[in-house]
Design a binder for this molecule. Sequence first.
Ligand code: ATP
Length: 255
Amino acid sequence: MSTPVLRTEKVTQRFGGLVAVNAVDMHVDQGEIVGLIGPNGAGKTTLFNCITGQYTPTEGKIYFHDKDITGMTPYQITELGMCRTFQNIKLFPHMTIMENAMVGAHTRIKENLWDVIFHTKAYKKGEKQAEERARKALELTGLSDNPYYYGTDLPYGKQRRLEIARAIASDPEVLMFDEPAAGMNEGETADLTEFIREIRGLGYTILLIEHDMRLVMNLCDRIYVLDHGTLIASGKPEEIKQNPLVIEAYLGKKA
Ligand SMILES: Nc1ncnc2c1ncn2[C@@H]1O[C@H](COP(=O)(O)OP(=O)(O)OP(=O)(O)O)[C@@H](O)[C@H]1O
């Protein structure tokens, strides 16, 4: 069996006396769509923050392929090939759609201050590559019609797509989405579900947090369920739907 693209080993995150994430073992294989679900406050975003370098876990290890990435910075982790979106949309105001996407593309460009100040050949080449990658990401996400409009002028569903475009422009292997359907109506969520399926078809591996059960159950190959920081179940959507612990901890509370 091949090594997972992403793996956590007994990852624990404490905030003072609170154990937000408790010894979590999980993995994501190449090409999978994996869901991370659980009630509010279960520790999902905290686990994402550990994986993407916003936090260094109190205990445990995180591996990208065979590489131990525990404690690396978010920038280093993006450079390695994992990129995320956030629960609350974080577009840059006063930047066009194209410029927002180029922020993602720039993580792949090696420029030093000299190149930037003196607009050297290397700088111009890097800019061209970044623009090309950003343009492709916008085409892929259906946002290439008006690239010079402000990103924040887009309707809500498209702002979320722009966040995804920015992540894709960084040329990642793994995309991590924190509640991508948050605030979307039924139609937008259905479009998003189809879109995520399409991008998986292009070879991306996807880990997502989501409260929208229809999206999770329709889309994910496997699901992990957190409750009070602890993993209480993992498996295929059909197994998760029938798991009594999950029904009690999560689905039961929603009904
Ligand atoms: N920086 C922090 N400092 C202290 N406590 C925190 C911090 N971040 C999260 N917590 C706490 O850790 C627990 C897990 O929070 P987290 O946001 O990871 O849950 P979640 O499953 O993502 O919730 P939601 O679905 O509501 O977004 C909660 O009790 C939360 O209050």
